[in-house]
Design a protein. Structure first.
Length: 241
C-alpha cells in the first residue's frame, strides 16, 4: 500500500502540466549548478566579513555536510540500492537544464555583450531562457539497484537549513523554504521518489542536530584549553544573540 501511494505521489509531482516555466523552475531548483556558486560566494563573504557566530556557523556547516555525505548518505545509497523513478517507471519525465548549445550568443564585442554571453552560459539562466530539457524514460527491464535513497540534494539543503536555524533562529529557519522546494524538484524531475526526499529530510535534520550537539560539547570541553582567549569571549559555540 505504501509503495503504491509512493508511486501515485510520484506520478502527481512528475506529471506534465503543459507549463514550460514550471519545468524550467524545477530543473533549476534540482540543479547543483544553481545552488553551488551562490553558496560558495556567500560562504566566503560571511567567513571573511562575519563575526564569531557567522564563522562558527560556516565551520559547523562544512563539517556537517562532509560527515553526512561521507558517513551516512553514500553508505546508505549503497546499502539500500533503490532504483530511481527514471530507472524504474516507463514514461517518467526526466527534466534537466537545457544543454549548453541551446544558449543564445551575442557577437557584440562590448563589455555588456560579453556579460550577456557569460550569463547565457550559466545553466540556471539557460533553463529559463531556453526552457528545460525533458525526456521520457523507457525502462525495458527495471534495474535491481540504484541510488534513489537517500537524496543527497535534499540531505544537504536540510542540513544547511538546520544549521542556519540553530545559529540564527527565525531568520535562518526561512531557509527551510528553498530546502523544501529542492526536495519537491527532485521528485518532479524524476530523480527521486516522494518517500526518498521525505525520509531524507527527517534524517538530515536529526543527524545535523546530533552533530551540532556534538560540536557544542567539544567546544565546551576542549576549547578553553586550546583557545582560552576566544572562549573567554564566546563560551558557547552556538550563539543566538
Amino acid at each position: 500500500m505504501l509503495q503504491s501511494l509512493d508511486h501515485q505521489l510520484f506520478l502527481f509531482f512528475n506529471a506534465d502540466r503543459g507549463l514550460a516555466w514550471l519545468d524550467a523552475a524545477m530543473a533549476v531548483f534540482s540543479s547543483l549548478d544553481f545552488w553551488l556558486p551562490p553558496f560558495v560566494a556567500a560562504g566566503v563573504l560571511v567567513f571573511w566579513r562575519g563575526g564569531f557566530r557567522a564563522r562558527a556557523m560556516i565551520v559547523c556547516l562544512l563539517l556537517s555536510v562532509g560527515i553526512m555525505e561521507g558517513l551516512f548518505i553514500n553508505p546508505l545509497k549503497k546499502a539500500f540500492g533503490r532504483p530511481r523513478p527514471n530507472e524504474a517507471v516507463n514514461g517518467a519525465r526526466v527534466i534537466s537544464i537545457a544543454p549548453a548549445e541551446a544558449a543564445p550568443a551575442t557577437s557584440t564585442p562590448t563589455l555588456a555583450g560579453r556579460a550577456r554571453d557569460a550569463l547565457a552560459g550559466l545553466p540556471q539562466v539557460r533553463a529559463f531562457a531556453c526552457g528545460a530539457r525533458v525526456k521520457v524514460a523507457k525502462v525495458a527491464t527495471p534495474p535491481q539497484s540504484g541510488k534513489s535513497f537517500p537524496s543527497g540534494h535534499t540531505a544537504n539543503m536540510f542540513c544547511f537549513a538546520t544549521v542556519l536555524a540553530a545559529f540564527y533562529r527565525r531568520l535562518g529557519a526561512w531557509f527551510f523554504v528553498p530546502a523544501a522546494l529542492v526536495a519537491v524538484s527532485r521528485v518532479a524531475t524524476g530523480s527521486h521518489w516522494p518517500s526518498d526526499v521525505a525520509l531524507t529530510a527527517m534524517l538530515s535534520v536529526a543527524l545535523t542536530l546530533g552533530l551540532l550537539a556534538l560540536y557544542a560539547w567539544l567546544w565546551k570541553k576542549f576549547a578553553p584549553a586550546l583557545v582560552p582567549s576566544i572562549t573567554a569571549r564566546h563560551p558557547q559555540l552556538i550563539e543566538t544573540q
